[in-house]
Unconditional design. Sequence first.
Length: 401
Amino acid sequence: MSNRGSSPHCYFVVGIRSNFRGLLKDAIETAKRYGYVARILDIHQIVSGWEKHPNDWDEVGLQDEVVLFSTTREFGRFVAKNVDHESPVLFLYPPDRFIRKFWFKFQRRKAPVGLVTIGPVPSLQHCSQAGLMGLRKILFLMLRPLKALFKPSLAFWVVSGTACTNKDRRMFRSWRSAQLIYAHSIDYELFRLMSMDSNNLTRNDGRVVLLDQGWFSKPLPEYYRKPSIYPPTTYDNYRRGILDFLARIEKHTDCPVVIGCHPKADLAETQRLYEGYEVVRGATKELVARASMVVANSTTSIQFAVLFRKPILLFTSDELETSVMAPLVAGYQHELGLELVNIDRLSGVSEIIDRVAIDEERYGVYINRYIKQDASPQLPLWEIVFQGLAKSTGGPLPSAT
């Protein structure tokens, strides 16, 4: 039996260190307005395997709403004591093999469990794998009935673009019966908030922005700590190629290049990597909003470039072309029709830069597929979510303001 008191509870489960803690503050405030006692369950130490458990929720004033866990057993005891069938649970990450066990703990308590899709990204597999796809598909179809027994069920699903359900639906046993709540991605919510000031949409400071991905200095989850997987390229080869590439961009465009540091990357290490260039951390969307062109490999921040209608130039290298990043680069190139430069082979790069342009039709289709579909309302993200919860779970309606 739960000992939570009379007010219904809802829980946000965060599986990795969050880059959008500020938006979760909005989520907590919205949940309270709808009559919930809201808590954030932070399981990233368990999932990611980091030795140090950084508690940075106090930076956004959420330290009293966050419960930190260091072991699965500790998490299980909390769920058994506090969660019941009236407690909506919102996972901010899909139930992959690292998250699934936590999902099942809520299901055993009969809680309505749902997924908030932060925002999918396109991905295309290597053509060299095509020969294996037939056999894989046959094996998958043969094992599907058995695998379904071990999949979580889904009460509701907060989706952004139309590609959401195509990408993650096989993770669930009964996704078709879930209540779909049409909303938008976290990136779109940040864009929406910035767009309230029209100056953010029209300013252009004439700089080219490179979106760094922190390959060599950001902390990694345990399951990524494999030399064969990460980092996807060697430090020396990447540094030599990217610095040559950026110098050519500056010379050809007569625009300075600024580096958008990954939010989890070490600033000093990133400054050493891009020696001679300005490095800015914590202002990615602002940099993109004012850029003349965006240069990137496979970062999800490409979404900001699409939303702010910025020209995008993709880059790869000989090593990156055979890495885990390659399908993501191919996905962006395919969906947006982007130019791609190999930084190890820069002959003809000036002509490629000259061809970089915005394809309004492709950008619009991309937004509908991956960021915000046409069916979703123009409301704050968490307002949409809790309106949907009120319909799908019979939850409370917002209090008068």
